[in-house]
Design a protein around this ligand. Structure first.
Ligand SMILES: Nc1ncnc2c1ncn2[C@@H]1O[C@H](COP(=O)(O)OP(=O)(O)OP(=O)(O)O)[C@@H](O)[C@H]1O
Ligand SMILES: [Mg+2]
Length: 474
């Protein structure tokens, strides 16, 4: 597991690049992650006894709870899903059952394994794809026949693929042999095109190829998934529909690379690896957990919130879930729950569930200084985003430090005069502030615009001072 061995300090340092402040939360989570890595190092007999300590993040809206979780998954390169607790319904009711979070996680893990495997075979698949391109660009025979042959080859290929077969070398050899029967002209032409492809001379040229019809899908039915019915298996029983599409060579190569890669990797191995990965490194982030406490439930007609909590319990506690890749144990997955807990308290959760989230971290309300940093410091910070967007119109915008401070101050004031929506306020304020520039930018014919404190005051100062106005606009 490549990037699992980051130390807590390294994880925090990475998080610092994106999330301002919230040191306590970052630290707890980094430790929880490191503990999982540590667990993998202890002797097997003890390993199974060590269960992860799940984390409950508590803090007002818009202060970075979801942001931390989102960044985290990328940093540790672990399969990660984020679910909203409110989306689930109790078993027996129509809606998403809680086990779907585990199925989704395995799906993500599978994608990761697949990507990794595809990267490993990329060189080989690229070579093959180039040969596929050569054959399409210089057909062996007049096209009707060729089409039919190609179609047969594709069908055979897809069949293999669905059975998760290993690369078929005899087929490759056969294609070599086929080459022998080609007329010298075709062979020469193919050689020429092969060379051109290698030189990258044909990248923009259009080519017509057969691709799997993306529209043909049985869909991802949750009800069936719940019963462990694998829809993709059903799908593979249907004949694959191929459609003809025209696209540049560069794009067609990618299509072929995907198809060739799928042939080169073993599906069963991927499934197995995906399950392992999900079991040992999976992170499930359950957002809005405060919204499924009984106290928040107002309407007696609603599905029982406590029922959902009871359903979540065994998953967090460790149980087996059936997925289309096989049974998955949730024993060692890390669960991070999060909620604002405005109207309820963690102690309003059912007792058993509280116990499963022993690590509590509180996130702090954000101040003016935090806002200044959020606007400017993180990689792809808001201000940088807008600068990049506007730069596409050949307008260079810069912000003075005073202007940034003013924006942060206004955001803070509006949060306190109306509703406190945390850093999300910065989004609405910036949007309003730059509205005119975004509208007129392309026609202004000026190269440089500097956003000063005065500009900020002119555009949003008045609105911010008027509570009623800012309630609607900012
Ligand atoms: N501490 C922070 N550092 C950097 N950006 C932040 C921070 N807090 C919030 N943001 C920005 O604000 C937005 C909202 O934050 P986030 O989604 O993390 O809120 P939240 O705490 O999960 O709130 P909620 O309880 O409403 O779900 C994010 O898109 C992020 O850009
Ligand atoms: Mg959130």
């Amino acid at each position: 597991m490549d990037e699992m061995d980051k130390t807590p300090k390294q994880i925090v340092a990475e998080l610092d690049k994106y999330v301002i402040g919230q040191d306590a939360a970052k630290k707890s989570i980094a430790v929880a992650l490191r503990n999982r890595y540590r667990r993998m190092q202890v002797p097997a007999a003890m390993r199974d006894e060590i269960t992860p300590k799940n984390v409950l993040m508590i803090g007002p809206t818009g202060v970075g709870k979801t942001e931390i979780a989102r960044r985290l998954a990328k940093i540790v390169n672990a399969p990660f899903v984020k679910v909203e607790a409110t989306k689930f319904t109790e078993v027996g009711y129509v809606g998403r059952d809680v086990e779907s979070m585990v199925r989704d996680l395995v799906e993500v893990a599978y994608k990761m394994e697949q990507d990794a495997a595809f990267t490993r075979v990329r060189d080989k698949a690229t070579q093959r794809a180039d040969e596929d391109l050569v054959r399409v660009l210089v057909p062996a025979k007049p096209s009707a026949d060729q089409q039919k042959q190609a179609q047969e080859r594709f069908t055979a290929m897809m069949r293999d693929l669905q059975r998760g077969k290993m690369p078929d070398f005899s087929q490759a050899l056969q294609q070599e042999a086929e080459e022998d029967h080609l007329s010298p002209e075709v062979q020469a032409e193919r050689q020429r095109v092969r060379q051109q492809l290698q030189n990258g001379e044909l990248e923009q040229q259009d080519v017509t190829i057969q691709v799997t019809d993306p529209g043909q899908s049985v869909g991802n039915n949750d009800m069936l998934g719940q019963m462990g019915i694998d829809l993709s298996a059903m799908q593979s029983m249907l004949p694959q529909r191929r459609v003809t599409r025209t696209m540049p060579v560069a794009e067609a190569r990618e299509v072929f690379i995907r198809e060739e890669s799928a042939q080169l990797v073993n599906d069963a191995d991927l499934a197995e690896a995906a399950i392992k990965r999900a079991e040992n490194t999976g992170i499930v982030f359950i957002d809005e957990i405060d919204k499924i406490t009984a106290t928040v439930q107002r309407n007696s007609g609603e599905v029982s919130r406590e029922g959902v909590q009871r359903d979540i319990l065994p998953i967090v506690e460790g149980s087996q879930v059936k997925t289309k890749y096989g049974m998955v144990s949730t024993d060692h997955m890390l669960f991070i729950a999060s909620g604002a807990f405005h109207e309820s308290k963690p102690s309003d959760l059912i007792a058993e569930l509280q116990g499963r989230f022993p690590i509590r971290v509180e996130l702090d309300d954000l101040g003016v200084d935090d806002f200044v940093k959020i606007l400017t410091e993180p990689q792809n910070a808001l201000v940088k985003q807008y600068m990049a967007l506007i730069a596409t119109d050949n307008v260079k915008v810069t912000f003075t430090i005073e202007a940034i401070q003013r924006i942060a101050q206004i955001a803070y004031d509006v949060n306190h005069d109306t509703d406190n929506i945390g850093a999300r306020r910065l989004h609405t304020i910036l949007e309003r502030l730059l509205e005119d520039l975004l509208y007129e930018g392309p026609d202004m014919g000026v190269g440089v615009v500097t956003i000063t404190e005065a500009y900020v005051d002119e555009k949003i100062g008045k609105i911010a001072k008027n509570q009623d106005l800012s309630r609607y606009i900012l």
